[in-house]
Design a protein around this ligand. Structure first.
Ligand SMILES: [Ca+2]
Length: 85
């Protein structure tokens, strides 16, 4: 997945991944945003059923403006920083 916020493959430090035992979008988004810093710009959340990628696109690094659901990707083994290129 080639996000416009990155040029080429991002540094590992720009990415985080977590597991959240929920399928509630607000819960997943909140958990992702808790990981987001000036350094971490994209967060993969392995939810109960699917995976979600959240990322920042504006000047506030603590809020995710964009998200996409990755059907069936409910494990952190299903996605990694190497998939952001
Ligand atoms: Ca933001």
């Amino acid at each position: 997945m080639d996000l416009s916020i990155f040029t080429g493959t991002p540094a590992a430090s720009a990415y985080a991944e977590i597991t959240v035992a929920s399928n509630n979008f607000a819960t997943l988004k909140s958990a992702a945003q808790a990981q987001m810093t000036a350094t971490v710009q994209a967060v993969f959340v392995a939810a109960t059923t699917n995976g979600w990628l959240f990322w920042n696109t504006d000047a506030n690094p603590g809020t995710a403006e964009e998200a996409v659901m990755l059907t069936g990707k409910h494990s952190v083994t299903n996605f990694g920083v190497g998939d952001l290129s």
